[in-house]
Design a protein around this ligand. Structure first.
Ligand SMILES: C[S@@+](CC[C@H](N)C(=O)[O-])C[C@H]1O[C@@H](n2cnc3c(N)ncnc32)[C@H](O)[C@@H]1O
Length: 188
């Protein structure tokens, strides 16, 4: 059983909250479209944005994390799966959000490629991540190393390069000194 599955019951208490409300304007979610919350865990993001989109699929590797999400909402579509092998047909998902997830994924390029495949034409993928060059992130890297999470943090430039290479058009912005939001659009 992986670490997230073991801590699923206390995840929401252990994890520091983040100001989702303050970044909602940057997400520019499309209210009439379905959203995939990639690595959505216990649903702390999905629950907060479910009503702002036209259906929310929460996909996560951990069954135990999904169980926690199921206690919070009856309207989320919960899917157990991995980013490296998404169970969606080509071009079917119009928007995706991955919050605090990518650095936990072992095969990041494969996952981003899967996202590209699953996105519909003009679809977008929004990723919130930590920039490893800042001390706050360095502290997080140390903490996650001690807990044997096996995380890999990408700088915004590294993530941008991978996404451009896969065919996305990309822009990104800093949300705080240590966090950034990358918006990758599939345009062909
Ligand atoms: C730090 S939690 C973030 C959860 C949620 N996005 C949030 O903001 O609360 C990372 C999540 O990624 C999931 N995860 C890790 N590797 C994954 C993979 N390869 N595919 C899908 N989910 C994965 C974990 O099970 C965990 O729920």
């Amino acid at each position: 059983m992986d670490l997230f599955s073991r801590i699923a019951g206390s995840y929401d208490k252990l994890i520091r909250g983040f100001a989702l409300d303050s970044i909602k304007e940057f997400l520019k979610l499309e209210p009439d479209k379905l959203l995939l919350d990639l690595g959505g865990g216990t649903g702390r993001v999905s629950v907060a944005i479910d009503e702002q989109v036209n259906g929310c699929i929460l996909l996560d590797r951990s069954f135990e994390m999904l169980q926690q999400a199921s206690k919070k909402s009856r309207t989320l579509y919960l899917v157990q799966g991995v980013g490296e092998n998404l169970p969606f047909k080509y071009g079917t998902i119009p928007q995706m959000f991955a919050n605090d997830t990518l650095h936990h994924i072992r095969q990041q390029r494969e996952t981003l490629s899967e996202c590209y495949q699953a996105l519909s034409y003009d679809g977008k993928m929004i990723i919130r991540e930590y920039d490893p060059k800042y001390w706050k992130t360095k502290f997080l890297i140390f903490f996650e190393k001690v807990l044997l999470f096996g995380s890999t943090f990408l700088s915004p430039q590294q993530l941008e390069d991978i996404c451009l290479n896969l065919g996305f058009s990309v822009d990104w912005q800093r949300l705080s000194k240590s966090t950034y939001l990358l918006n990758a659009k599939k345009s062909n």
